[in-house]
Design a protein around this ligand. Structure first.
Ligand code: COA
Length: 428
């Protein structure tokens, strides 16, 4: 986050829309502790969280002061708490080829249930998109509580996340011999190293974002107020030459039977395949455990190949995860690399205007140049579909079947799809 993000003026369009409804849009002064706490309370209530303790508020304040934080206030009610919240910051998103591009990460979108469906979220999202565009960012990104909300603002699901339940009494290790060293550690001892490991993981796969210290801390160790903090366990992986390359943070819950505890994985991070293999083996071979539950993995998690009985490792769900909203087509498409060369005219429909237009995408030696054109389009698509294919996920055919990509979807797919699918392994 730069001070430019924090000091960029309030969006006047949304401020006047809300003023017409008797509401005030404002940037929260994060130095005003009472105002920041009121905003945090509203945000946590919006997601049906617990009443935050003083310790939870302090931790959030200490760690979220670098986000551009906006509230909507109804001055006709006595409370100082906002009735709408959002925050945003510039996050480095890894794109195919490994570049990390500044993207407007939007989070904490909530509207008080007392003020729902009056257009507050619409005003907040409009303001964020215009702010991102004015800051010159090519993309806005978010993770969602419900899949039905953000398509109307041009966001498309660009990565999918898998959740697994593994019957560890049934599966047997079928992976390679593991190398390196595993050891228990603590968030205090491992925090800084863990953050470095996470950064390597996030830089190493398209779809991942560079994490702020708060987001990293959430994955390594429990935050204040976590009801399971006294059960938290942390195991690090170091390579044979002593390089930290991964960790798993988890807790063990009682089962009905002492030999059938359940393991809940908070996060597994592996910057190398040998770390991934060793950490999986550790989880699958835990004694007195019958189930491992893990979520927010990629769609290419290699788990089935690591066990003898594939049916012991069940996918519990595959869900839309990172949503991408393209704001600047040439900048976004030129920032990523391509695995095949080719040329394509894309006609992008964007009712909100940010990305609308016809563009020729020419890829040579894996690098793109994008120019406006009047040539006949090969492919016509809404901006949300462009967001969905942008990171390389295998989704063009589905969108074509659904009528949300028209024309030569195969040519689009050949250019955009990546051999390794994109993944985002956290929420923000
Ligand atoms: C989701 C939420 C922010 C919507 O706020 P809101 O102010 O009621 O939304 P708006 O009145 O601006 O609605 C804008 C549009 O989105 C639609 N919409 C809003 N929330 C929706 C939902 N949960 N499901 C489906 N459609 C929704 C509205 O119907 C409206 O549609 P339209 O453009 O066709 O008229 C609010 O319900 C909320 O705080 N939910 C709990 C927290 C949450 O889920 N936040 C999202 C985090 S990713």
């Amino acid at each position: 986050m730069t001070s430019r993000d924090l000091t960029h003026p309030l969006d006047e369009t949304s401020a006047s829309e809300l003023a017409a409804a008797g509401l005030r849009l404002a940037l929260v002064d994060l130095a005003d502790r009472e105002a920041f706490d009121a905003w945090l309370r509203a945000d946590m209530r919006g997601f049906h969280g617990r009443q935050p303790s003083a310790e939870v508020l302090e931790e959030a304040r200490a760690n979220m002061g670098d986000r551009r934080t906006t509230g909507v206030y109804d001055e006709s009610v006595p409370s100082r708490e906002p009735v709408g919240t959002v925050n945003a910051w510039t996050a480095p998103l890894t794109v195919p080829g490994g570049a990390r591009i500044g993207s407007w990460a939007i989070s904490s979108v909530t509207v008080a249930p007392t003020h729902r469906r009056r257009g507050i979220a619409r005003a907040l999202l409009g303001a964020e998109l215009r702010t991102a565009k004015a800051l010159g960012l090519p993309l806005a990104i978010l993770t969602v509580s419900e899949s039905v909300i953000y398509g109307r603002w041009g966001f498309g699901p660009a990565t999918f996340a898998s959740e697994w339940r593994v019957d560890t009494k049934r599966v047997r290790w079928a992976g390679p011999d593991t190398v390196g060293r595993l050891s228990f550690t603590t968030p205090e001892e491992f925090g800084e190293t863990g953050t470095r490991v996470l950064d390597a993981v996030m830089a190493g796969r398209h779809g991942e974002i560079g994490l702020t210290p708060y987001l990293a801390k959430r994955l390594v160790g429990p935050l204040a107020g976590d009801p399971d903090s006294d059960r938290a366990r942390l195991v690090r992986y170091d390579s044979p030459d002593g390089e930290p390359e991964g960790f798993v943070a988890y807790s063990v819950k009682d089962g009905d039977d002492f030999v059938k505890h359940k393991v809940e994985v908070r996060h597994l991070a592996a910057s190398t395949d040998r770390a991934l293999v060793a950490l999986w083996r550790f989880l699958l071979e835990l004694d007195l455990v019958s189930e491992v539950h893990i979520h927010t993995r990629g769609v290419d998690e290699p788990l089935p190949a690591l066990v003898h009985d594939v049916r012991g490792a069940q996918v519990a769900s595959v869900e839309d995860h990172l949503y991408v909203r393209v704001l600047d087509v040439p900048a976004a498409l030129e920032a990523r690399a391509y695995e095949r060369d080719g040329s394509l005219v894309l006609d992008v429909d964007d009712p909100q205007g940010f990305a609308a237009g016809r563009y020729r995408l020419s890829v040579s030696d894996g690098r793109a140049s994008v120019t406006p054109t009047d040539d006949a389009p090969d492919v016509t698509l809404p901006v949300a579909s462009l967001g969905s294919v942008y990171l390389g996920h295998d989704i063009a055919r589905s969108l074509a079947v659904a009528g949300r990509i028209r024309g030569d979807w195969e040519a689009l797919d050949r250019l955009f799809r990546t051999a390794v699918p994109p993944r985002l392994s956290t929420w923000f």
